[in-house]
Design a protein around this ligand. Structure first.
Ligand code: NI
Length: 461
């Protein structure tokens, strides 16, 4: 045998062996890669699983419709302590549990396994009326005792319907109501220096167009609807509460607080009679201590009902007159605080005029006005969107403020009288009070009933 072929053969054998070796290593690697034998990787696998937890569920001490849940996992690297709320109802609880599960999963996925981690969840429950609850679930993740992330999740629960309610549903899907919300928020930020951190918030931008998504973080309580916004400074988040009386009209009726309404605008025993003719007499710009009492006395003489569009600042000066108007069965309406031309004002200023007046009327009479008239009848779409009540105009203008002549007032009403008329007068001018006896006598003689605006609306709407 020659050495040459032998050596050649040996060389071949060696090459085969090394090829086999490489193949074996690749196979082994592939085997580990694809099958991950538990024995070798168990340490990592174990730490990447959500730890076993113990759950305590107890009836909520304050709210019978709810359960308090405490879920804890004692674990060396990824423990957690979760306080949350369940409703005992399948659908809402499925949603809540899903949120909790996602929370735990993302906590484990982002955990730092070189040291200690912690996940803490705190729950707050804010009741609204008897069967609504705002839940806020506040999450914090810590690594080496330093907070690395936090988030608050907001839920609004209707315990009667056994479902969660979105802000869009709360406002009955009426997108134009967001303009009022934005105006109220802007007003709050502009008038209170404590909200200076929010002067550049998205809703403060002049060209901002409201969308439902921007108002998901809210709680509703009996005293306020509160939104939470990011500030881009410290504190990172700020709450803006909007008093319930300012937003109650915006809510879908099922969610409204039963605030006192004008008790005697439309008496409970009021009988609709479409065969009768009727007019609504309105008096603007009062109440006046010198003129309004005479007007009220004359209305009483004819058993006539009228509507008074009062100015908030005058109600504040003469609350007893506002009270007398309501006590004698008349309607009281909002005519703003300072009688400005509203189309020239900002949304915030319009709302300020409106809400201050409504609050003064509530304070003086105990009732919320349910009718509004814009000063000078000056209204546009923007103003109407900001003001929660529809603006009421008139069909007979006596021009009493201009001519100050009782005969002219009487003649203008006589010449224009028609069914469902709305007559405009002002209870701040003495000649108007002096004309009223004849005006009412003529209306009555012509066979018209004298009703409030809200009563008249029953026939027109
Ligand atoms: Ni006026």
């Amino acid at each position: 045998m020659s050495r040459k072929p032998r050596s050649k053969t040996r060389k071949l054998q060696l090459q085969s062996l090394s090829i086999l070796g490489v193949v074996a290593v690749v196979c082994a690697a592939a085997y580990f890669f694809f099958f991950q034998p538990a024995s070798l990787l168990s340490k990592t696998a174990e730490t990447q699983t959500i730890p076993e937890s113990s759950i305590t569920k107890t009836a909520h001490a304050d709210f019978p419709a709810l359960f308090n849940v405490v879920e804890t996992a004692e674990h060396t690297t990824t423990p957690f302590t979760l306080h949350y709320v369940l409703t005992g109802k399948a659908l809402p609880d499925a949603l809540l549990k899903d949120y909790i599960q996602q929370l735990k999963e993302s906590y484990i996925q982002t955990a730092d396994f070189t040291g200690s981690n912690n996940l803490v969840l705190d729950a707050t429950v804010i009741p609204y009326q008897d069967a609504f609850y705002s839940f806020t679930l506040h999450k914090r993740i810590l690594q080496q005792d330093v907070q690395v992330s936090s988030e608050t999740k907001y839920f609004f629960y209707d315990a009667t319907a056994e479902k969660f309610v979105t802000f869009k549903q709360l406002l009955n899907h009426e997108e134009d109501k967001l303009a009022t919300i934005v105006a109220l928020l802007r007003q709050t930020v502009e008038q209170n220096s404590q909200y200076d951190h929010l002067v550049n918030a998205f809703f403060m931008q002049p060209d901002y167009v409201p969308t439902w998504r921007d108002f998901e973080r809210f709680t509703l309580a009996n005293d306020a609807l509160t939104f939470t916004f990011a500030t881009n400074s410290t504190p990172a988040l700020m709450d803006i509460p909007l008093p319930t009386e300012k937003i109650n009209d915006l809510l879908r009726e099922a969610y409204q607080l039963p605030l006192p309404k004008m008790a005697n605008v439309v008496p409970a025993d009021y009988v609709l009679d479409p065969t009768k003719k009727r007019v609504a007499i309105t008096f603007d710009d009062g109440p006046s201590p010198t003129v309004t009492p005479q007007v009220l006395d004359t209305l009483k003489k004819y058993n006539a009902k009228a509507t008074f569009y009062v100015l908030g600042n005058k109600v504040e000066e003469s609350p007893e007159l506002a009270k007398r108007i309501v006590d004698e069965g008349h309607e009281i309406g909002n005519h703003t605080w300072t009688h400005p031309n509203l189309v020239n004002l900002t949304d915030e200023a319009i709302l300020d005029e409106y809400t201050r007046t409504t609050n003064a009327i509530i304070q003086a009479t105990g009732y919320t006005p349910s009718t509004f008239r814009a000063p000078y009848g000056s209204i546009n779409e923007r103003v109407q969107n900001v003001v929660p009540l529809e603006a009421v105009m008139w069909s007979i203008d006596t021009l009493d403020w201009k001519h100050r002549n009782p005969n002219a007032t009487v003649n203008i009403v006589n010449a224009n009288l028609h069914n469902n008329a709305i007559i405009l007068m002002h209870d701040i001018h003495q000649p108007t009070a002096n004309a009223l006896d004849r005006v009412l006598a003529n209306i009555q003689a012509a066979g018209y009933e004298m009703v409030t605006i809200s009563e008249l609306n029953l026939y027109i709407d």
